[in-house]
Design a protein around this ligand. Structure first.
Ligand code: VOV
Length: 248
């Protein structure tokens, strides 16, 4: 048996994709819509409280195309906290005007492929900042789930640690060349959801997603072992732009 990579875990993650029922939203009267917007704002204010208390981080982005209309991305200490957030949203009046499109459950993950030994990583402030990150406010998000292949000839999980480490080094080098342009949060989901990882990218220039993902397609770990799910891309919403999007 090959050595399993050691992983460090941080906050649990929920990507909660919703679509707007425009017919119902347009049929609602002004008062009902005002209540829905107030409750939505109150719900989003709680995110700031959680973030200030160091208990998690949340953000919301539009989703362009017909897979969903927006995605709420939550990071919290426990799965119960995530379920609570999901329920709290479902209880809002605004939720009545939305339908569920997709969701993804995972946990922020770092592996030891390129890590340095020494010390308790959970006491290392740099590592903790990556395991429990405050979500950036970049203009664009890109999310997709992925697997590493387990085919007869191309089975990531049958490779030696050294072989995998070599490929991850090359992966990391491509990633690093996008420093300042793209930030990544890798969340592990083996045993938690349908794919093995969630890839969430943030950038102020959506074209950088295309450039980075394309460049990685030529890199062995992606070219040979990567399997990818659906891509979701969109732009940052705040209370103001959310309200603007819903204005009739
Ligand atoms: C934005 C840039 C960027 C950078 C700097 C970066 C670097 C790194 C490093 C250094 C490491 C290894 C240590 C760790 O941190 O775990 C990883 C790990 C990982 N990555 Fe990555 N990655 C990036 C970006 C990046 C992208 C765009 C993708 C999607 C791949 C593609 O083809 O679409 C990805 C995937 C992953 C995955 C699934 C893992 C876990 C693999 C495992 O088997 O455990 N990643 N990644």
């Amino acid at each position: 048996m090959s050595d399993a990579a050691m992983t460090l875990e941080g906050w649990y993650a929920l990507h909660d994709f919703r679509s707007i029922d425009w017919t119902a939203w347009k049929a609602a009267d002004d008062e009902e819509r005002a209540v829905a917007l107030d409750e939505l704002q109150a719900f989003m204010k709680e995110w700031t409280t959680a973030e200030e208390a160091g208990q998690g981080s949340s953000t919301v982005y539009t989703v362009v195309g017909q897979k969903a209309d927006f995605v709420m991305f939550h990071l919290r200490e426990t799965l119960e906290d995530l379920k609570h957030l999901e329920n709290e949203f479902n209880k809002t009046t605004f939720a009545k005007y939305t339908t569920k499109s997709y969701s993804y459950v995972s946990v922020v993950e770092l592996s030891n492929y390129l890590g340095k030994d020494g010390g308790d990583p959970y006491q290392n402030p740099e590592i903790m900042a990556r395991l429990k990150p405050i979500l950036p406010k970049n203009r664009y998000i890109c999310f997709y789930p992925m697997n590493k292949k387990r085919d007869l000839n191309d089975n990531w999980y049958m490779l030696s640690m050294e072989e995998r480490r070599g490929m991850m080094r090359s992966h990391g080098m491509i990633g690093r060349s996008y420093a300042g342009k793209v930030k990544q949060i890798i969340t592990g989901s083996v045993g938690l959801d349908d794919w093995e990882w969630g890839v969430t990218l943030f950038s102020d220039d959506a074209l950088q997603f295309k450039k980075l993902v394309y460049e990685m397609r030529f890199d062995e770990v992606s070219a040979r072992y990567g399997e990818f799910g659906s891509f979701y891309v969109g732009s940052l919403l705040d209370e103001g732009s959310f309200e603007e999007m819903l204005k009739l």
